[in-house]
Design a protein around this ligand. Structure first.
Ligand code: WT7
Length: 661
């Protein structure tokens, strides 16, 4: 039975326990419904109240929502604040100031901690260093860093001086980094000499050098290098400086720069349905409100909690639930440098026990790989550790199959911890559809109901509401504070991608398919409906991978990429390739496929490597030359072709492509 089918017959329901409901921020469904009603009755009043209660404004806002240039919505537009002040300075003079802000566990297991007061000093010093390098409010700064306290310090320091950061995941290639530096017009790259992952020292600075060497980075003036390991790295005189050099003599106080609520806090690149990644631009006020609010609503965060979100700061989850959210609410959080399988696949469970983690937030792909590991090796099964500190579990990034949900619930949560299956996207800034741990009855595989004030629906192509039980497109009908503001430098693409004119141009199109169940109206996400793939929770565009393949111009004539369901990674990348030479077979085909995989890793990053590459003399096309992707999807799955192939120009090609190398 496939994951989707098993959800369709899912009838297990897990109501919140008394322990989960007691003292919860939103306790019981009536409390949830009351908030929904409040938002319905006075939409702007609701969002104004929450923004006043949850954020410190240096200049209070008087306007809540401006829809006059929709879909370019503005929230709290005449208000001013600083994000870093709202994460750090806010706690000074309260009991939180001497509380541990971050427990950092390095790849090798060594631990260091920093209090809120010390974190503020570090951020202030780094902010002064950035200013001394000539970096000013509105400048864009690339952060290409490993998971460290310093990565968070770099982001917070940018926010403190009003510089817009754009974090690039450390697994992206030089080419991907080069494109992002250019698109953002970045003045500086903050990086490290190396990163440590799974006992290996992997270069970062060398990739930065390669990226800059590719040309076009005309706006770039400085590269700041954190020496993560004692190993030397190449330094370009006049351009590159170590953290030590730039921090020398900098005072540990730095006045936070007040910025407008709409000021871009960050740009984060993500894949879309064309070859070029989109620079998703987020605001300061609305975004930070959401980071703070969802920490309280979804994670029900309390003063004594130890929160651990396993996401890298290179993804949006690592922005909202590592760099900003936990700090905004004064929580203690764990940050982990390494990987879940080193030194063995018990690392997560061991760390939960060691740091007494109470709220744990990770991705289904990690859970599935740890299930597999525990099934083959008893010694890494979670039962070997004391996980009784856990109170709430979370899931994010892709649909979680009910089997994995049940395992997580039993073996990690001890059948005691609610699982919040949080649906959201880079564009939404934070959680959108998710259970509330002290209120929502849980159904495995369902992200349940939208947060208060989020008007989500399922519609057909024309934007018409569909009844519960029928699948359609997931949309959000009203704006929300942390929504994407625009695509950096491409407002037209923003409108076209997210607010299709066929639906009236005011409804946010998520790009996912979904269905609501008939009994409860619960949402279940069925996956992307555009040309975006989700591989191990990483988002990749099929066109992006196709462009990478055909950019090997001496070899590749044409390529088409589709996704195929995969037990471990959710989806796997399958590429169909036509070479500029006769179709290879056997050993030659395997060799070329391996070369092409490495090529894609160099062009985009190892996460984009196709799992399966098939060669053909051509691709299945209609007489008008359109590639028939639905056929390719069937071939990738290994299904018999039942679709109508009468419009196909070259039916013989299907057999070729079905052949594995
Ligand atoms: C896409 C967004 C959300 C931060 C990490 C990924 C899928 C995300 C869920 C979930 C089913 C999910 C969707 C979405 N997705 N969370 N709980 N259940 N699907 O952010 O890289 O922007 O990807 O991830 O397909 O559109 P992203």
């Amino acid at each position: 039975m496939s994951a989707i089918e098993s959800v369709l017959v899912e009838n297990r329901v897990f109501p919140p326990s008394d322990a989960a409901t007691r003292g919860a921020r939103i306790s019981g469904m009536a409390a949830y419904e009351a908030l929904c009603k409040e938002a319905e009755k006075d939409f702007e009043g609701f969002w104004a109240r929450l923004a006043r209660e949850n954020l410190d404004w240096t200049k209070p806002f008087t306007k809540t929502l401006n829809e006059s240039s929709a879909p370019f919505y503005k929230w709290y537009e005449d208000g001013e604040l600083n994000a870093s002040a709202n994460c750090l300075d806010k706690h000074i003079g309260t009991p939180v100031e001497n509380k541990t802000a971050i427990v950092f566990e390095a790849d090798d297991g060594s631990v260091s901690t920093v209090t809120y007061k010390d974190l503020l000093s570090r951020v202030a010093r780094f902010a002064n260093a950035l200013k001394a390098q000539g970096i000013r409010k509105g400048d864009r700064v690339i952060v290409y860093m490993p998971m460290t306290i310093d990565g968070v310090v770099a982001m917070q320091a940018c926010a403190r001086i009003g510089a817009t950061h754009s974090v690039v995941f450390g697994g992206f290639s030089a080419k991907a980094l080069n494109e992002r530096i250019i698109d953002a017009g970045a003045v500086s790259v903050i990086t490290a000499n190396f990163q440590m992952r799974g006992g290996k020292e992997l270069p970062l600075k060398a990739i930065v050098d390669e990226a800059i060497g590719m040309g076009g980075c005309d706006t770039l003036r400085t590269v700041l290098v954190y020496m993560r390991t004692p190993s030397a790295c190449n330094m370009v005189a006049g351009r590159d400086k170590t953290f030590e050099e730039v921090l020398k003599g900098q005072p540990d106080q730095c006045e936070p720069v007040s910025v407008n609520a709409e000021h871009p806090l960050f740009i984060l690149y993500t894949s879309g349905s064309t070859g070029k990644p989109k620079g998703v631009q987020h605001s300061t006020g609305g975004y930070l409100l959401w980071a703070s609010l969802t920490m309280q609503w979804t994670f029900d965060i309390r003063p004594e909690d130890v929160f651990w979100c396993t996401a890298d700061i290179g993804w949006v989850t690592g922005h909202t639930y590592v760099a900003y959210g936990p700090l905004a609410v004064g929580a203690t959080q764990v940050i982990f440098e390494g990987i879940p399988t080193y030194p063995n696949a018990g690392r997560f469970w061991q760390m939960i026990e060691k740091h007494k983690v109470t709220v744990f937030y990770t991705a289904p792909t990690a859970i599935r790989s740890l299930i597999k590991a525990a099934e083959t090796d008893e010694k890494v099964h979670p039962k070997n550790w004391n996980l009784s500190s856990l109170r709430i579990l979370g899931s994010v990034g892709e649909p979680i199959n009910p089997e994995a949900w049940m395992w997580y619930h039993r073996n990690v949560g001890g059948e005691r911890c609610p699982i919040v299956d949080t649906f959201w996207q880079t564009e939404t800034g934070g959680h959108m559809i998710t259970p509330l741990p002290g209120a929502t009855p849980l159904v495995p595989g369902s992200c349940t109901l939208p947060l208060p004030g989020i008007i989500a629906a399922i519609v057909d192509e024309s934007g018409k509401d569909l009844p519960n039980g029928s699948g359609g497109m997931l949309v959000v009908k009203r704006p929300w504070p942390s929504m994407i503001r625009t695509i950096w430098g491409d407002p037209e693409r923003f409108k076209k991608s997210y607010f299709p004119p066929e639906m009236g141009g005011r409804i946010y199109l998520a790009g996912d398919g979904a269905v609501r169940d008939e009994q409860r109206g619960y949402f279940r996400i069925t996956g992307r409906i555009d040309d975006v793939l989700n591989v191990s929770g990483h988002r990749l565009g099929t066109m992006e991978i196709e462009s990478a393949l055909v950019s090997k111009t001496d070899l590749v004539a044409e390529a088409a990429v589709v996704g195929r369901p995969d037990e471990l990674t959710g989806e796997a990348i399958c590429a169909f390739v036509v070479l500029k030479r006769p179709r290879p077979k056997g050993e030659e085909a395997r060799q070329i496929a391996s070369d092409l995989r490495n090529w894609v890793a160099k062009e985009i990053g190892p996460i984009a490597k196709p799992k399966d590459i098939r060669f053909g003399d051509n691709l299945p096309k209609t007489r008008s030359g359109k590639i028939m992707r639905r056929l390719l999807r069937s071939i990738a799955k290994g299904e018999a072709i039942t679709q109508d192939t009468s419009t196909l120009e070259n039916p013989a090609i299907l057999e070729q492509l079905a052949e594995k190398n």
